[in-house]
Design a protein around this ligand. Structure first.
Ligand code: C2O
Ligand code: CU
Ligand code: CU
Length: 474
């Protein structure tokens, strides 16, 4: 773990920030347009210190984009940073040319041409690029983040991540908590230098054991400060009613075991890709990088004045202070949605083995992370499913790997030959693998052909080549 050199605040002294909702720059009949700029900025994360960040619109988390199923969203993206970037909508059912392939680089507005040769097998855009999202998908808590090949870890660590929430009629008809009782929680961990700058492993000389790559980098960057919506161990005042929390683990590599203290159930209503068929009560939820859990917490179970801590194991994440009772017309319906199981007969089975291995970095062989014995090559196709087909993807692992597939949501059908786990309900786009686990998912390739990715969402593993391509063909 990376230990901060900066003076850290007492937990629960910061107020939970809520990322601002972005306004469209214009809306036409069926399309909402947004102007989004990645740029450098500085913000006060630790009291009295300025932290330089890379932020969408200069903030971390970036602004929340709210999209409506059936209305196209176009993001007119501008890269004002000094390095190439790639924007990806995580969980988006997106045509390939807007999906943010890691070598489809948006070069810096100023003087980006020097980076053009990094677009191996991809495209370059000079400073700006339009990303078009059809949003023909159900209501869900998605997020957008940087996806530049080899640099996703450091660029997301510096702040390039934001929420993208999709709503639809089905969800609107349910009596779920809404308005300021529907709260997005982006959980990340970070470490800080004495002056407030973010500390990232490759830049930490004490940890470097081999050129370019060090032990902390190898296992993924884990910091000692937990931020929620960019604030360290914050606090939120709540009324004694039901709240909906959209929990996103946007950390590079840390997984969380979340509980409430004093205990109360975390009632899960949604997963990565929207509503479950029925609510599921958990006392603990394990959230791997990139996973989302939509949960309801009923604070009326606590006496007014209670202080309720959201814990990660023995550590703190944030705290709720319960106020007075208030009217609450929300409910948790016993039936939330319908989830048709994907047909599995006649489906092709594809194995994907995630493990440690040798990769080439700057011309030298070094330790890295590979899939099916090979490191990422943006010019090679590793699988070619056909449009409309259902396949069974069998993920195996030597360690902890949160596996994410672009384009298509999937259903977890087994773990080690047994039933799916407690966090596997509903439609998913990221599934957590424990060491030596075999997880099978059913996945259907709909609507769009072209080149997409499957990868480990431990961002340092991803940057160290644990990524593969697939091409959906007609
Ligand atoms: Cu959240 Cu390929 O990414
Ligand atoms: Cu993704
Ligand atoms: Cu991994």
């Amino acid at each position: 773990m990376l230990t901060s050199a900066a003076k850290l605040p007492e937990p629960f002294t910061a107020k939970l920030p809520i990322p601002p909702v972005k306004r469209p720059s214009r809306s036409t009949g069926d399309t909402d347009h947004y102007e989004l700029t990645a740029r450098e900025a500085s913000m006060e994360i630790l009291p009295g210190l300025r932290t330089p960040i890379m932020g969408y619109d200069g903030i971390f988390p970036g602004p929340t984009i709210k999209a409506r199923k059936g209305r196209r969203t176009v993001v007119h993206y501008r890269n004002q940073l000094g390095v190439p970037t790639v924007m990806h909508l995580h969980g988006g059912h997106t045509p390939a040319d807007s999906d943010g392939f890691p070598t489809d680089l948006v070069l810096p507005v100023a003087g980006g041409s020097g980076y053009a040769d990094q677009a191996v097998g991809g495209t370059t855009s000079a400073g700006t690029r339009d990303y078009t999202y059809p949003v023909n998908q159900r209501a869900a808590t998605l997020w957008y983040h940087d996806h530049r090949m080899g640099f996703t870890g450091p660029q997301v660590w510096r702040g390039l991540a934001g929420f993208f929430l999709i709503t639809d009629d089905e969800e609107d008809e349910l009596p779920l908590p809404r308005g300021d009782r529907d709260v997005p929680l982006m959980i990340t961990d970070r470490a800080f230098e004495a002056d407030g700058a973010l500390r990232y492993p490759a830049m930490d000389p004490h940890l470097v054991s081999m050129p370019g790559i060090d032990a902390a980098h190898m296992n993924g960057a884990i910091g000692d400060v937990i931020l929620v919506n960019g604030a360290p161990w914050p606090q939120l005042e709540v009324e004694a009613v039901r709240y909906r929390f959209r929990i996103l683990n946007a950390s590079n590599a840390r997984r969380y075991e979340l509980t409430l203290d004093p205990p109360a159930p975390l009632t899960q209503i949604g997963s990565d890709q929207g509503l479950l068929a029925a609510p599921v009560e958990h006392s603990t939820i394990t959230v791997a990088p990139a996973e989302r859990y939509d949960v309801i917490v009923d604070f009326s179970a606590y006496p007014s004045g209670s202080k309720v801590v959201l814990k990660n194991g023995d550590g703190n994440v944030m705290r709720f202070v319960v106020g007075r009772a208030a009217t609450d017309d929300s409910a948790i319906p016993a039936r939330l949605s319908s989830i048709e199981p994907l047909p599995r007969s006649a489906a092709t089975t594809r194995p994907w083995m995630f493990r440690q291995g040798k990769v080439t970095s700057m011309g030298e062989e070094t330790d890295g992370w590979i899939i099916n014995g090979r490191e990422f090559d943006p010019q090679r196709m590793d699988a070619t499913p056909r449009l409309g087909d259902v396949e069974i993807w069998r993920f195996g692992s030597d360690g902890h790997h949160p596996v994410h597939v672009h384009l298509s949501p999937f259903q977890v059908i087994s773990r080690n030959g047994g039933p799916p786990g407690p966090g596997d309900h509903g439609w998913k786009d990221t599934v957590d693998l424990s060491p030596h686990e075999l997880v099978e998912v059913a996945i259907r390739f709909d609507d769009y052909d072209g080149r997409y990715l499957v990868h480990c969402h431990n961002l340092e593993h991803e940057d160290m080549a644990m990524m593969a391509t697939f091409r959906v063909s007609r």
